[in-house]
Structures are given as structure tokens and as C-alpha cells.
Design a protein around this ligand. Structure first.
Ligand code: 5RP
Length: 250
């Protein structure tokens, strides 16, 4: 009957979510173990997978007395670092970061990433750019051959609120697809980023694009501050798999 089916559906959803959470944890823990060492300046990513990386860093700081300093990629990452009692620093004091560990929404075969599902990609890109290496951690659903195959919510673009409509129109007319203003969960207005800006999610782009060129083309539009395209930034991606293993792509 319907009640039984509904309950069964709930159980299946919960077990898929638990599986994804475990996959994220596998990737996050292994990446921290492989890349975080004593005396490093560490960029701390944003999102649910980055939370697990912080969890592992906490454990290692406590157990191995590691001395690390953390640079956040968002207001929430900063809060998490403080709550976790990890040493917090910033780009003025430590402009050179040894390693940044961050999540992604999709990673293609060349390690080009779409980031920004959590609206933090402007700071994430600043931190990644100033890092000697960017390590991506994700569950297996983010592992892709071409961008757009797995992540259907589009490429996030951070825009000045004043220019969201002109940027949207310019992209749709000249590059195709649809650039949708991201609306908050309460459906009462746009998502506001840590920088006080809006986000456009650019969907139905050409999956065969040259992402370096697309990124540069987008950044020419006045009012568009940053894109969620991370080209030639990540050096390695860790994917937690459903069978309990970790797939490492370099
Ligand atoms: C936030 C991001 C996140 O890293 C990305 O959305 C992945 O998040 P999660 O680890 O929760 O899947 O780019 O701007």
C-alpha cells in the first residue's frame, strides 16, 4: 500500500544520504592525511565535505599536536575554524598558503571544477589562487568527464546586484543558455553572498566549451566579479566511492 511505499522511499533516501556522507568523509579524511603536515598554512574550504576535513584536522591537531594555521574561504568556514579551536589566520598575515582543501560541485577529467553551490566561490577562488596546491574532496556523484554531465544547477557567477539583469541578458544573447538569478530557500528574495552580491546560475552551456576561454569571456562583463569555473587550479581530486574506496585523480 501507499504508506508502505512512502516509508520504503524514506528508508532508501536515508541510506543513499548516509552513503554519500560516508563517501565525503572517506575523501576528506584521506586528503587531510595525505596533505596536512606540521607547520603548514592551510586553506579551509566551504561546504559539507569541507566540514569533514576540518573534523579530521581537529583530530590530528589534538592527537599529533600538529601546528597548523587556517585561512577560511567563507564566513561560515571562519566560524567553523573558530568553533573547532583551530588557529585562525588571514591573507594579510599569511599571504602564501601551503595547501587548500575544498569541495566541488563537479570535477571533469582535466580537474576543471564547478564550484559555488554554497555561494562561497569568490573567496574560495582567492584562497585557491594564493595556495601552492588546491586539493579537491568530493563524493562520487561529483566525478565527471565533461562539466554539466553531473551538476545540473549551472555555473555560478557572482554579480553586482545593480548589474544582475544586464549581465544575465549579455550572457544569454552572446553565449547562449540561461543565467538564472539564485533565489534563497525562503523564496522571498535572492541569495546574498559574503561579499554582498547576487548569484546567477548559468545553465544549458555548451559542454564542449574551452573553459579557460569561457572564463575569460565571462570576466570581461562589467558587474560580473567572479565565476565558479576553476580552471587549472586543482592539482588533485579525491572522490569517496560507494564501495568504501577513494579514487584519486591527478
Ligand atoms: C561552496 C562550494 C562547495 O565546495 C561545493 O558546493 C561542494 O559542497 P559540498 O561539499 O557540500 O557538496 O563550492 O561554494
Amino acid at each position: 500500500n501507499l504508506v508502505h511505499l512512502y516509508r520504503q522511499f524514506g528508508v532508501t533516501c536515508r541510506s543513499i544520504m548516509a552513503g554519500l556522507q560516508e563517501a565525503k568523509k572517506l575523501a576528506a579524511y584521506k586528503a587531510v592525511d595525505d596533505h596536512v603536515q606540521d607547520n603548514l598554512i592551510v586553506g579551509v574550504g566551504s561546504g559539507s565535505t569541507a566540514v569533514l576535513a576540518v573534523e579530521r584536522m581537529m583530530e590530528r591537531v589534538r592527537n599529533e599536536h600538529l601546528n597548523i594555521k587556517c585561512i577560511p574561504t567563507s564566513f561560515q568556514a571562519r566560524q567553523l575554524i573558530i568553533q573547532s579551536q583551530l588557529p585562525l589566520t588571514n591573507l594579510e598575515i599569511n599571504p602564501e598558503i601551503d595547501v587548500t582543501i575544498d569541495g566541488a560541485d563537479e570535477v571533469d577529467e582535466n580537474l576543471t571544477c564547478i564550484k559555488g553551490g554554497g555561494a562561497c566561490f569568490l573567496q574560495e577562488k582567492i584562497v585557491a589562487y594564493n595556495s601552492k596546491k588546491l586539493v579537491i574532496i568530493a563524493d562520487y556523484t561529483k566525478d565527471s568527464v565533461k562539466l554539466g554531465q553531473q551538476w545540473k544547477k549551472g555555473i555560478p557567477l557572482e554579480v553586482d546586484p545593480m548589474a544582475y539583469y544586464t549581465v544575465k541578458t549579455k550572457i544569454e544573447k552572446t553565449m547562449g543558455g540561461e543565467a538564472e538569478l539564485r533565489i534563497g530557500k525562503m523564496k522571498a528574495g535572492p541569495v546574498i553572498t559574503d561579499g554582498g552580491n547576487f548569484i546567477l546560475d548559468w545553465k544549458d552551456f555548451n559542454p564542449e566549451s574551452n573553459w579557460e576561454e569561457v572564463n575569460m569571456e565571462l570576466l570581461k562583463i562589467p558587474g560580473l566579479f567572479e565565476t565558479g569555473l576553476f580552471v587549472d587550479m586543482a592539482v588533485v581530486a579525491y572522490f569517496g566511492m560507494s564501495d568504501g574506496t577513494v579514487k584519486v585523480r591527478t
